[in-house]
Ligand binder design. Structure first.
Ligand code: GLU
Length: 502
């Protein structure tokens, strides 16, 4: 039987990176072995489920590059939303069967009663579980109470004894059933619970491999019992180790950004996030860690997923992010970086092909040193090119001291005179007049280029000048929200400043 997996998010919030990692492992496994990947929306929590979150989940998974064979848009095992399955009576019919077999019974315990029981368990040092108080209520009596309108849930009768189930990652898991309280399968509002709906759906959708977070291990014995009661073979299970924060506590808001959309908003490339999250719990064998989507699919091996938790490490994400950026076409990066430059007012809202060509050149320079695109507006290059500020020299005592040296002044004044004022400075001309300035003044190496750098950028260090000069000259010719002076104007201003009092 070919493999069928599913990712089953609840649309009660945006995708958390831990959940995204689960989706990625399901997808990689399915694409690696060949099979069908199903996307099911688990929206039985009527108070917290929202269509807006469902839309965001689908959008974000697509952004990441995941695709699914069956889901709310299409598929033969639908519907794929639990709310619709509920309306079609799918859970009611499964429940009927359990009722006929005597596997479920009504429970009238109030929430207060149950929490008192839990408290008693806690005080006695026992794991909390339903004590089975309503198990023995005779059927006739239970029916009368229900007919009288008493609030009730339905519980599944867990048998006595023990059970073992296999987990691909954790091996055989042995469970004493007396530790497992009878789970609620139908809530008092008539909706199925997670444990029941998930089993009915995984059977209905012919799921063969359930790959999900380790936090669901404790649910698995109940689910295996429900499979048996519904006369279906359980799927294979693989429970993925948790994703932890740097302090080894479960990843939460306390650790900073935890939702996929936050990383997308920072401008990480989707393939970098896919690559990084695939490495949380799995490591490719004998290959580098920087892998494309296709390489991940080719190499992923669910059997190689380890038991130990993955630590979400922002520094490593940044490293992977940089590796993917530096191998991406600058034209693509320019399109992705444009909105960041527009939203901070560096570029106009209506970008022309000239603006785009300039951002592409900028990305040629920046892609080697950044990990995500929100770093573009804050970069040294953007500051030096678009926000040239000679006044800042007055605030920097070290640069002032450098420039006060007679040789620096001479270099800048000679360089300024040699600059062509009537046409943009190209790299060839820049090289030639820098050398000429050197000859005239006798300055060499840092003694020559440092003053030129300060004059053109108002900074003492930064990217190579031959890469900055074309960016400055091109920006000076663009229609921008802030006027950008070209090299000739910058050098003239610096020369004038040095002639006066610095
Ligand atoms: N809706 C459940 C969750 O998001 C699915 C768990 C499962 O995969 O069984 O945790």
């Amino acid at each position: 039987m070919s493999v069928r997996t599913r990712f089953a998010p609840s649309p009660t919030g945006y995708l958390h990176v831990g959940n995204v990692r689960t989706a990625i492992f399901n997808w990689l496994h399915t694409r690696h072995v060949g099979g069908a990947f199903v996307l099911r929306i688990e929206d039985t929590d009527r108070d917290r489920s929202q269509k807006e979150f469902e839309d965001a989940i689908l959008r974000e998974l697509k952004w990441l590059g995941l695709d699914w064979d069956e889901g709310v848009e299409e598929g033969e095992h639908g519907p794929y939303r639990q709310s619709e399955r509920h309306q079609q009576g799918i859970y009611r019919r499964a429940l009927e069967r359990l009722r006929e077999q005597g596997d479920v019974y009504p429970c009238f315990c109030s929430p207060d009663r149950l929490s008192a029981d839990r408290e008693a368990d806690r005080r006695a040092g026992r794991p909390p579980r339903y004590a089975g108080r309503c198990r023995a209520i005779p059927r006739r009596q239970a029916e009368q109470r229900m007919a009288a309108g008493e609030s009730t849930v339905l519980r599944f009768r867990v048998p006595e004894g023990s059970m073992v189930f296999e987990d691909l990652i954790r091996g055989s898991i042995h469970v004493e059933l007396e530790q497992v309280g009878d789970p609620v399968v139908l809530r008092s509002d008539g909706w199925p619970t997670y444990n029941f709906a998930v089993v009915v759906d995984d059977i209905g959708m012919a799921i063969t491999d359930v790959i999900r977070g380790e936090d669901h291990i404790s649910n698995t014995p109940r689910q295996v019992l429900l499979y048996r009661a519904l006369r279906a073979a359980p799927p294979r299970f693989a429970h993925l180790p948790l994703v932890l924060g740097a302090d080894h506590a479960p990843l939460s808001k306390r650790h900073g950004d935890t939702s996929l959309r936050q990383y997308a908003a920072h401008g990480y490339l989707p393939e970098a996030i896919l690559n990084y999250l695939a490495l949380l719990g799995w490591a490719p064998h004998d290959h580098g860690e920087v892998l494309s989507r296709e390489e991940l699919v080719a190499r992923f091996d669910l059997r190689k997923v380890g038991k130990s938790a993955g630590v979400f490490d922002r520094a490593k994400l940044d490293w992977v992010g940089n590796q993917h950026l530096r191998h991406s076409a600058s034209a693509r990066l320019a399109e992705l970086a444009l909105p960041f430059l527009q939203s901070c007012g560096d570029l106009p809202p209506e970008a022309t092909p000239f603006h785009r060509a300039w951002v592409e050149r900028l990305m040629d320079l920046l892609k080697e040193s950044i990990s995500h695109l929100s770093q573009v507006p804050e970069s040294d290059a953007v500051r030096m090119v678009l926000h040239f500020d000679l006044e800042s020299l007055r605030r920097d005592p070290d640069l002032q001291a450098d420039l006060r040296e007679a040789s620096s002044r001479e270099v800048i004044q000679n360089f300024a005179k040699l600059l062509p004022g009537d046409r943009p400075l190209d790299v060839e001309t820049f090289r030639r007049i820098s050398q000429e300035t050197g000859k005239k003044t006798g300055a060499k190496g840092r003694g020559l280029y440092h003053p030129i750098r300060v004059a053109l950028t108002a900074c003492g260090s930064g990217p190579e000048l031959v890469r900055l000069v074309p960016l400055i000259e091109e920006a000076a010719g663009l229609d921008l929200p802030h006027r950008v002076p070209g090299c000739a104007e910058r050098a003239a201003l610096a020369a004038r400043l040095l002639g006066g009092d610095l």
